[in-house]
Design a protein around this ligand. Structure first.
Ligand code: PLP
Length: 344
């Protein structure tokens, strides 16, 4: 088999959700946008629902339709982008709950589907989605009269616990919502870790479920095993790969393995990333190609058939550091070429 294997430990995802849930007194939802951070919404969402998740969040209505098909009726599916032009049919058919971001969206919602459930997203300082304090004060009484299911906002710096933005946004969110009889949500993974005052009635972790920082105690979820396509001997002074980027300083054995930047193994991670063979750590060498990477396996004494890129020795965040990015981007870039195996 030429393609690499991406193994997704669904039990670890459930364990991570339970750990995050145990840190709060409130409901713990699950964010499954972007195909559950690249790991596969139908499988991921089904085990989470079975484990007790009652509320899911997606980015756009189309993702909500896929999720509803996987889950059936029952769980609440909230949509961060709210109610966009053209979304009405899909919101109605898939029974989605849009998180309304503006006066325009509010009008669209109540005109198209009066009495249907919706939530409200407020901007507490990130300036990305949601109503600003002035817009909110103008709309507030009208919106509240329609019985919103949730009022939410999002933290810009929750992965830095000491950042002053956290307390600032908490204060703004409270000023906008204190005293209202509507459930509130402010915390994603980082916010869960910030402590009790950030939890309100519901938390919305995403990356922590999938084994990523800032949830340091997360169980790793994804493993990538790369089949070796070819082994070759490379003499001193010979080069390997595009741009002659690696040159042998000793008689070497180089393994060419099946996965490249088209599989989310970002080109920038080239030098720095490692793989393992039966626990032995080996360097990735030369440039990452679209479909292939090369590894120096000179120091291995037995036949090398498969190399592990992602696993206990190298987490998504370590791999991300080599590429100058974050674990979120590694996961969501993995793409469709892997043979996916789900552990359940
Ligand atoms: C993506 C997202 C989340 C989940 O964030 P994590 O950092 O992955 O836990 C929660 N809320 C909003 C609004 C988001 O966009």
């Amino acid at each position: 088999m030429g393609s690499s294997t991406l193994t997704i430990d669904l039990n670890a995802i459930v364990a991570n959700w339970r750990s995050l849930d145990a840190m709060t007194e409130c409901e713990t939802a699950a964010v499954v946008k972007a195909n559950s951070y690249g790991l596969g919404t139908p499988s991921v969402a089904r085990v989470l629902a079975k484990a007790g998740v009652r509320t899911f969040f997606v980015a756009v209505a189309e993702e909500g339709a896929v999720l509803r098909a996987a889950l059936g009726t029952g769980p609440t599916i909230n949509v961060f982008s709210g109610h966009m032009v053209g979304d009405t049919t899909i919101i109605r058919d898939a029974e989605l709950t849009p998180m309304i971001n503006s006066v325009d969206q509010m009008l669209r919602q109540v005109e198209a589907m009066p009495a249907a459930p919706f939530g409200l997203q407020l901007d507490s300082g990130m300036n990305r989605l949601g109503m600003e304090p002035s817009e909110w004060s103008a709309l507030r009484d009208i919106a509240l009269a329609q019985n919103p299911t949730l009022i939410m906002s999002h933290l810009a710096c929750a992965d830095e616990p000491n950042h002053q933005m956290n307390a600032h946004q908490l204060r703004v969110f409270r000023e906008m919502t204190d005293g209202l009889d509507v459930p509130r949500s402010l915390a994603a993974t980082g916010g869960v870790l910030l402590g009790h005052e950030y939890h309100f009635d519901m938390t919305r972790p995403g990356i922590g479920l999938y084994g990523g920082l800032p949830f340091e105690a997360a169980q790793p979820v994804a493993t990538i095993d790369l089949p070796v396509i070819q082994l070759r001997e490379v003499g001193v002074g010979e080069s390997v790969g595009y741009g002659n980027a690696w040159i042998a300083k000793r008689p070497s054995i180089v393994a060419t393995v099946s996965a490249g930047y088209a599989d989310g193994l970002i080109r920038a991670m080239g030098a720095g990333a490692t793989v393992t063979f039966k626990g032995q750590i080996l360097p990735v060498i030369g440039r990452v190609s679209m479909d292939l990477i090369t590894v120096d396996v000179t120091d291995v004494n037995s036949d090398v058939d498969t190399l592990q890129l992602l696993g206990p020795h190298q987490t998504i965040d370590m791999l991300a550091r080599h590429a100058g990015t974050i674990g979120y981007e590694i996961l969501t870039s993995l793409g469709n070429r892997y043979t996916r195996a789900y552990i359940e």
